[in-house]
Design a protein around this ligand. Structure first.
Ligand SMILES: *Cc1c(COP(=O)(O)O)cnc(C)c1O
Length: 407
């Protein structure tokens, strides 16, 4: 028997040589102005550095406050608010997999990439998913939606408030929820990008499940998300007979941790603390002021972009304010623009899943005047560097006008 197994100079898998993060990360952090993740406030960063026991009195208090602040942000009195260890998509999967199963009739209003994700998750749990396919850069009319509901008789309707991919805003959300409700269907709303950036009233609008992520409107870290179920949705969760195939996302198991101070899985404590701070800052600001800040900043940005001579992708009637889509000039790819602005100006913006646009986020900390001036300037310089003619002073002047309320 060999005795040298621990002293052997070469193990089967050699220890890799890697660089430290200091060597990898840029000296000056990039300004995160894309479609998420977004910059986080100092209080969120500080909380994210802390680890505490995931069970016990302190955590119970934190969880209680997270839930009550989340109720304010969701505008719901429902008891059934829960956190999710995972991205916005995990919250989405929690909504779908707890409310839909083999044979459930789901109608998915499909505006683009993210609303299609809900349809796909429905198919994966065996639901009978029909999609109402909406043209790019448009929203479905209420007549079309009413027709689809009559035709498909869904038990569940899924819809996205802000379709981040093509920057379309489903401004009919309240009416869509009313149509679904009148037909006896539950409504699941994806508010990952929009929550706390624009009004969403879960109770008043009759929404049955709202999902959100951390890293967008809330300006928390990615990877810890929130979901709220209405009483009707919770009754469906509790009434199902087939167990949810997703153990981690099973809402009845998650209830142990989020409502009964018990164990489900080890909670991402640092991320929950970060989310607590992000929600606390929303509460300190108030939703009214936060919506107004987002609206003013986004419209000023849109004015600035248009005034410099670039085109906005979504038509004004259904243009999402939380993420602004900008057409890339002919002859260039979104990647050309994104890589140049990142390398030369340390501003990060996003492309979009094959569409000929770049996207600038207006979520949470992105909606700060200094961030907007830097981003508009960097975008203009990037265009000039690439050889695209834009009007730099006009763009900055329009931004300034919008921010000072002179739109
Ligand atoms: C970003 C986003 C998602 C997905 O969130 P992840 O945290 O990336 O999983 C879902 N829906 C919308 C509308 C989004 O903007």
């Amino acid at each position: 028997m060999p005795t040298s197994s621990f002293t052997s100079a070469s193990s089967a898998v050699p220890c890799p040589v890697v660089e430290s993060l200091d060597a990898i990360l840029p000296e000056e952090p990039l300004l995160m102005m894309g479609a998420g993740p977004v910059p986080i406030p100092a209080a969120v960063a500080k909380a994210n550095a802390i680890v505490i026991n995931h069970l016990g009195g302190t955590m119970v208090k934190v969880i209680g406050q997270v839930k009550s602040m989340a109720r304010y942000v969701f505008q719901t009195n429902s008891k059934w608010v829960l956190g999710v260890a995972g991205p916005g998509s995990a919250a989405m999967e929690m909504a779908i997999s707890n409310l839909a199963w083999e044979g459930t009739r789901v109608l998915s209003i499909k505006n683009g990439f993210f609303s299609e994700r809900m349809a796909e998750m429905g198919r994966r749990v065996g639901a009978r998913v029909s999609t109402l396919n909406v043209a790019d850069r448009a929203v479905a009319s209420l007549e079309e939606i009413a027709g689809a509901i009559r035709r498909e008789r869904p038990e569940i309707v899924t819809v996205v408030q802000g379709e981040t991919s093509n920057t379309v805003w489903n401004y009919h959300l309240k009416e869509i929820a009313a149509l679904a409700k009148a037909a006896g269907a539950l409504v699941i709303v994806d508010a990952v990008c929009t929550l706390s950036t624009m009004p969403l009233e879960m109770d008043a609008w009759g929404i049955d499940a709202v999902i959100t992520g951390g890293q967008k409107g809330l300006s928390s870290i990615p990877g810890v998300s929130l979901i709220a179920f209405s009483d009707a949705a919770w009754a469906r969760v509790k009434g199902r007979t087939a167990p949810n195939a997703h153990w981690c996302l099973d809402a009845s198991l998650a209830e142990n941790f989020w409502h009964n101070a018990g164990y489900h899985y080890t909670a991402p404590v640092s991320g929950v603390l970060a989310l607590h701070e992000a929600l606390r800052l929303v509460c300190a600001e108030t939703l009214e002021k936060r919506f107004a800040r987002h609206l003013k900043c986004s419209l000023a940005l849109q004015d600035g972009v248009a005034a410099m001579g670039l085109r906005l992708y979504a038509p004004e009637a259904c243009r999402l304010n939380s993420v602004v889509g900008i057409e890339v000039p002919d002859g260039f790819s979104p990647a050309d623009v994104c890589s140049h602005i990142s390398r030369m100006h340390q501003v990060e913006i996003s492309g979009s899943f094959g569409l000929p646009i770049v996207r600038v986020g207006q979520m949470g900390e992105q909606c700060r005047e200094h961030n907007l001036f830097r981003t508009v300037h960097a975008l203009e310089r990037t265009m000039v560097d690439l050889g695209v003619r834009v009007d730099l002073p006009a763009g900055v002047a329009a931004l300034e006008r919008g921010l000072s309320g002179g739109r």
